[in-house]
Ligand binder design. Structure first.
Ligand code: C5P
Length: 228
């Protein structure tokens, strides 16, 4: 039995995680949150005081990283464990996103994490969420989506998520952080954030999550990618 692959790439806060999880649930497929791998790696490197300038040491940490995923939580998304310790909340902060983006810019780190991501391609299928799922990790995916929304709208969504979790947030500061991370992710030379040539771009600024999910599911069905 072969596995189907749907990739959902795009900038931070475009709703990739929520949409990918919902699509995976509807299809009965697995889900890869590739950003969580970079976030956990960043956390682990900080804890072990590995300097980000030391690319070989960060890549060695990426290769040995004891990361595992648990069931998903309606507010937190997929539960993430580092060497058995739950770090789901700790890796979701804006600071953890920035740290993730720094380690993600290192080519040796991306190479070290490549096979681990490809191992998620299991029957009946996987929905993979990230920046380079369609361009680098799963270039053969049956459906590639590039999800975007205006920076203002993405900041608003992040703000609502944080408030829902009971965190403090400032919408202007969030927008600046989101734009800074987009710049860092788009301008790096290793697997920069960009739509694959064969990706379908969906601007979700004026769409509800439910609309986006049903649009993606309709595209999947058109391509014969559906629940077994
Ligand atoms: O998607 P998320 O916000 O969790 O990703 C955190 C960071 O990890 C991104 O800003 C990006 O730098 C990096 N990342 C990446 N490639 C991926 C997924 C995430 O470089 N496939």
């Amino acid at each position: 039995m072969t596995a189907g692959v749907i990739t959902i790439d795009g900038p931070g806060g475009a709703g990739k995680g929520t949409v990918s999880l919902a699509v995976a649930h509807q299809l009965g497929w697995g889900y890869l949150d590739s950003g969580a791998l970079y976030r956990v790696l960043g956390l682990s490197a900080v804890r072990k005081q590995i300097a980000f300038e030391n690319e070989a040491a960060v890549a060695a940490e990426a290769a040995r990283l004891g990361v595992s995923f648990g069931a998903d939580d309606p507010n937190l998304g997929v539960r993430v464990l580092l060497d058995g310790e739950e770090v789901t909340q700790e890796i979701r902060t804006e600071q953890a996103g920035k740290t993730a983006s720094q380690v993600a810019a290192l080519p040796a780190v991306r190479t070290a994490l490549l096979q681990r991501q490809r191992d998620f391609e299991q029957p009946p299928g996987v929905v993979a969420d990230g920046r380079d799922m369609g361009t680098t990790v799963f270039p053969h995916a049956g459906l590639k989506i590039f999800l975007t929304a205006s920076a203002e709208e993405r900041a608003k969504r992040r703000y609502k998520q944080l408030i829902k979790k009971g965190d403090d947030a400032n919408i202007r500061a969030l927008q600046q952080e989101i734009e800074a991370r987009d710049r860092m992710d788009s301008e790096r030379s290793a697997s920069p954030l960009k739509a694959a040539d064969d990706a379908i771009t969906l601007d979700t600024t004026l769409m509800s999550i439910d609309d986006v999910v049903s649009t993606v599911l309709a595209m999947a069905a058109e391509r014969g990618l559906s629940a077994e």
